[in-house]
Design a binder for this molecule. Structure first.
Ligand code: SAM
Length: 242
């Protein structure tokens, strides 16, 4: 059997007829990940504690309800947390978490180019969209790290070993939209993830981007993330590391 497979594979390598399908690669890729997403939703929709699935209208403001649920459910308000946000832009979500958490020992780090998306995203947004000047924040617990994650995160990790390895609750907010940015971030943070850390995705149900990154990350690193809350049909979804 193995010999037959090898024979056909060699034929395809020599006479690459599969290239006829290349113009449809994006469509096939989308269908693959979208179907994976549908299967994932069907399997997980009942175990999520806070959920609005299925709702016809997407209301971006609902993400605040998700933050509120996460904060209350895990009693984060007065807890010392390490908040890491990837994709800050005007800092709307960053400021929410900063004002919600009252512990003077918490630290908040926001990563962004502040020059917009490094690539086109989803057919509607172009490279450079969402650029924003560095937000002004009057809170000594907060710090922004300007630049591509791919250029800044590794250095940040090396310089902040103590903060990242001490036993504080990590709240990681992934809001960079792109597959590349999200998978890179998850892979870099993997050695520092601990049971009970929270990971929120802001565009989880976008099949070819954050969902694809989630799927590849959990399947490649054998890590279990349990969904705890979701709004807008899993557009925003929060997980806990198990
Ligand atoms: C949707 S916005 C963030 C919105 C913000 N969290 C809020 O609540 O308003 C996405 C941001 O991700 C940033 N971004 C995406 N990929 C990045 C990367 N690889 N490195 C740095 N910033 C990135 C973009 O610059 C953009 O500002």
């Amino acid at each position: 059997m193995l010999k037959i497979f090898k024979f056909f594979k060699d034929i395809l390598l020599f006479i690459p007829v599969t290239l006829f399908f290349h113009p449809f690669s994006k469509l096939f890729g989308f269908l693959y990940y979208f179907n994976k997403l549908l299967i994932w939703i069907n399997k997980n929709k009942k175990i999520v504690l806070y959920n609005d699935y299925f709702s016809l209208i997407r209301d971006y403001g609902k993400r605040v309800k998700l933050y509120d649920f996460v904060s209350e459910h895990f009693s984060l308000e007065n807890k010392k947390i390490i908040y890491l946000e990837f994709g800050v832009a005007a800092a709307a979500s960053f400021k929410w978490w900063l004002s919600k958490n009252k512990s003077t020992e918490s630290r908040f780090f926001g990563f962004d180019t502040f020059e917009g998306l490094p690539e086109d995203w989803g057919g509607f947004f172009s490279k450079g969209d969402m650029s924003h000047s560095l937000p002004e924040i009057n809170d000594a617990r907060a710090q922004f790290i300007k630049g591509l994650f791919q250029d800044t995160l590794n250095k940040f990790i090396q310089e902040n070993q103590i903060i990242l390895t001490q036993h504080s609750q990590k709240v990681i907010h992934l809001d960079a939209d792109l597959y590349t940015s999200t998978i890179f971030t998850l892979a870099q943070l993997f050695p520092y993830l601990r049971k009970g850390d929270i990971i929120m995705f802001d565009e989880f149900n976008v099949a070819m981007h954050e969902f694809k990154a989630y799927l590849e990350f959990t399947e490649s690193y054998y890590i279990k993330l349990r969904p705890v809350a979701a709004v807008n049909n899993f557009y925003q979804t929060a997980f806990i590391v198990e």
